[in-house]
Design a protein around this ligand. Sequence first.
Ligand code: GUN
Ligand code: ZN
Length: 433
Amino acid sequence: MANSIKAIHASFLHCLANPDVGGQDVVQFIEHGTMLVANGKVIKLGTADSIDVPNNATVVDLGNKLVMPGFVDTHIHFPQVDVIASYGTQLLDWLERYTFPEESRYSDYELAEKTASFFLDELLSNGTTTALVFGTVHPESVDAFFSQAAARNLRMICGKVMMDRNAPSNLTDTPESSFDDSQRLINDWHDKGRLGYAVTPRFAPTSSPEQLTMAQKLLDDNPTVHLHTHMAENGNECDWVRELFPDAEDYLAVYEKYKLVRKRSVFAHSIHLSDNAWKRLAKADAAVSHCPCSNLFIGSGLFDLRAAQKHSVKVGLGTDVGGGDSFSLLRASNEAYKIQQLQNHTLTPEHAFYLATLGGAQALDLDNQIGNFEPGKEADFIVIDEQATPLISRRTSSQTHWRDRLFTLLMLGDDRSIEQTWIMGEPYSPSSN
Ligand code: GUN
Ligand code: ZN
């Protein structure tokens, strides 16, 4: 059964490319479509009358429900589930008052395993099937995370925080131990099944130059891993980086000095950047993660999407839980729209949808595996309930074009809109784990 061919009848919506380049034509909407899936991968997608369904296929008829690729969250912290919606602080106080004390509990493998299990089920019920995830400084937290991700057959990337200064002593490592622990985790988990490793210095203020040198060595020794960190999120943080690294031209230059800015590097937030920094990010083929819920919740600032577009820097959406106050990339799309409104820029529905799907996959260099329904891609997808609430039902009742319905979903939707989440061609249910 698990490996048989499935023929899924539904309506399908996915991006074939970046709408910055091709506009709404790069979004393919197939009403009354059929997708053939075998061994967890897409074989073919087309209108129902154009697809020959093999006799031995299992037919799954989803009626005219809307199916889209699973969402890709390009920045989130699994051990911060229990600091979500913490009151009254901005970044540096928030870290000290809530986040560091919480993360110090994660030397406990069992706690980490329980939290990872909850976290992954929460992602899946919000329609997110792939994420780039921070652990804590404790390697056990990452072992626990990967074991739970593997049990669900998920495509996930995670890494142990590297942090050797400016943090409580029970949360710091050393340049050497961070190197050894990260390398051991890479050996045990990187490229095992659907899992990938990210070298994860927390941010410039909490890593010494010696530790950043170790991060560089990890990337040089393991060329297919990711680099995941924070950058230019908050004004006081940027001032602090200027004090700590007086010789650096700007924040990005700190990471450049240690050759951390490259393909598969993902810089969360990237709000307070000069035009010149955007240019250098583009040249290095690095990516940024835009985390609108977090940027508003902890009051960090307004992300300049137009600058990213102008310089063709890869952008994905992130929730940044626990700085962000929702696991839902639909909620993130809503806040992203408003952040652009405040800067006199209109985020189109197709662009927001792209950021949550194919754009995220491209930012993570996973677009050969996920992000849309091209043949050969992994069949991680979600089934949308377009009648999830009376208000959404009412608003969509008169909308016939996919673009209007998509905008309603992006602005009004949340986990209630995600009827089912499928992983590698199988419907996921939390009780199965
Ligand atoms: N900068 C350094 N650490 C963190 C973190 O945990 N969350 C966010 N949002 N920014 C950070
Ligand atoms: Zn973060």
